[in-house]
Design a protein around this ligand. Structure first.
Ligand code: AP5
Ligand code: MG
Length: 214
């Protein structure tokens, strides 16, 4: 099963993708997490990506596509994956479609997690992310057991550099300009499914399971 998560920054793509990956036993592939891990390991790719990310802009397609295909060509992705944060431009979606078509393959579901902009800005200020494993929390909705410490790996939780309010607004603007057109793109492929992302996160997941099957 190959799934794409669509939605604005902070819509809950990562939160849902982690649960999908666990339930359906497929890897969770987040381009944002891959970039952040390159940044913390100080790689060339990380150095290039950082400036764009901190400014709330998209990393150029060429770099992003290369990194993504590197990841999905690994053995654990042979039976499918859930993509979180990719594609984010029509050009990325077209490359993905063409690469899959070469192998007689295609994306099965594009799940759009819908949340209006006003809810997003409120959510992001409360988000905390693990510096090591990327797990996300929310100071009100999903607090860690111990303040500032990741439940999974015990590392420190931080406010992401790009979650400052002015950067969130920039990311929303970039989303509307460059990523939202993907909703029509996947609608025209008849694989688009819209889910109400303003609900409690367990209800959002229940709606996704209804769609994908038990
Ligand atoms: P990326 O890491 O993908 O960030 P994003 O799309 O901006 O999305 P977020 O991770 O901020 O939000 P999310 O939807 O995953 O929400 P979450 O589940 O955490 O990308 C970062 C940057 O990398 C980009 O800006 C760009 O520069 C670069 N990049 C990445 N991919 C790229 C690409 N393909 N091309 C070019 N550049 C790329 O939830 C948010 C918060 O809300 C959490 O605190 C969570 O606990 C809480 N929450 C979740 N669901 C609910 C709910 N139902 N109710 C209440 N709270 C909730
Ligand atoms: Mg995310």
């Amino acid at each position: 099963m190959k799934i794409i998560m669509l939605g604005a920054p902070g819509a809950g793509k990562g939160t849902q993708a982690i649960q999908i990956a666990e339930k359906y036993r497929i890897p969770h592939v987040s381009t944002g997490d891959l970039f952040r891990s390159n940044i913390s390991n100080n790689t060339e790719l990380g150095k290039e990506a950082k400036g764009y990310m901190d400014a709330g802009k998209l990393v150029p397609d060429e770099l992003t596509v290369r990194m993504l295909f590197d990841r999905v060509s690994k053995d654990d992705c042979a039976n499918g994956y859930v993509l979180d944060g990719f594609p984010r431009t029509i050009a990325q979606a077209e490359v993905l479609e063409a690469e899959l078509a070469k192998r007689n393959d295609k994306i099965d579901y594009a799940i759009d997690v819908e949340v209006p902009d006003e809810n997003i800005v409120k959510r992001m200020g409360g988000r905390r992310a693990c510096v090591k494993c990327g797990a996300t929390y929310h100071i009100e909705h999903v607090p860690p057991k111990q303040e500032g410490i990741c439940d999974h790996c015990g590392s420190e939780l931080v406010l992401r550099a790009d979650d400052a309010p002015e950067t969130v607004l920039k990311r929303l603007q970039v989303y509307h300009e460059q990523t939202q057109p993907l909703i029509d793109f996947y609608g025209s492929r008849n694989i688009l499914h819209e889910i109400d992302g303003t609900q409690d996160m367990n209800q959002v997941f229940a709606d996704i399971v209804k769609l994908l099957g038990e």
